[in-house]
Design a protein around this ligand. Sequence first.
Ligand code: UDP
Ligand code: MG
Length: 338
Amino acid sequence: MTNEAAPRGAELSVIIPVLNEAENVAPLLGRLVPILERCVGSYEVIFVDDGSTDGTLAAIAHAHGADPAIGVVSLSRNFGKEVAIAAGLDHASGAASVILDADLQHPPEMIETFVARWREGYKNIYGQRLDRSADSALRRALTQRFYRLFGSFGDTRLPEGAGDFRLLDAQAVAALRALRERARFNKGLYAWIGFRSLGVPFDVAERHTGASKFSYRKLTRFALDGLMSFSTLPLLVWTWIGTVISMISMCTAIYFVVETLVFGADVPGFASLIVSITFLAGVQLLSLGVLGEYIGRIFAEVKGRPLYIVESRIGCAEPLARPMLGIVAPCVPADPRA
Ligand code: UDP
Ligand code: MG
């Protein structure tokens, strides 16, 4: 079956964020397109070029020449994978959308299973990565620590091993489009929107070519975004720490008053004074730092800048909604009586 239809209104949209993946574009499409032709009536492939500096855009433009259902939304700079996915979701017009990495770590063959589950009525079907051996030991350990932390103080429960590789029904896509937060943690957002969800286990392959685009610095920033946009516990914990420290200092004060009344004034105590002052200064600076992290994020949100800026599009129509202005199509039909 060929995909003659114009991309807008395809049955399935495939969103692929790309940053310097020129060598992966052709091998990926070589595996992806036959699967799409087999399992859906019509498709569109939306690459989101997240500020690539290599030949990625040219490779996609070349693929578009051969198959007009392949398009690209090119962002004006690197906005990060989370935002690139948001841009892809804004441009997707399919009855369902699949999000896929470009490096072939997410096997495109899984899409057949995703589509079958979607036709059974599931709206949020995620690839469940149970084996993380493709990651380094340090990254695996840190990831595990992060999920444990998120589970103990995040307000949203993350399904184990769930990532961006998933199929979302158009209704779930509309719900995600309405979430315009800048400090984005998509994994949390997919869980937050709800809908009938299902995990499908899969084995993560090795990267086809190139290296991961996530440095440990980027991953730390990302983990903080995740924790802070889904929990206020880091703010509240200082109330408890403050209470405990105040109680200890109250008890110490009473002890010293009694000691002075009974044994008279005693000058020594310099060391304990210095220790308590530096300890309290440290605690206060730490709590200020946590406040600062939240204030920085609030500042980024209130500035109300668009999530991303599109520089060019090939084979992709501008979305009907106006996400750049924060105006999105309502998810529910308007009340006819209104
Ligand atoms: N990516 C992106 N913008 C970024 C970083 C990554 O669009 O700032 C894309 C990248 O090209 C790939 C996908 O996101 O298609 C996953 O990236 P990567 O393989 O580097 O991440 P990992 O597999 O190490 O989590
Ligand atoms: Mg990868």
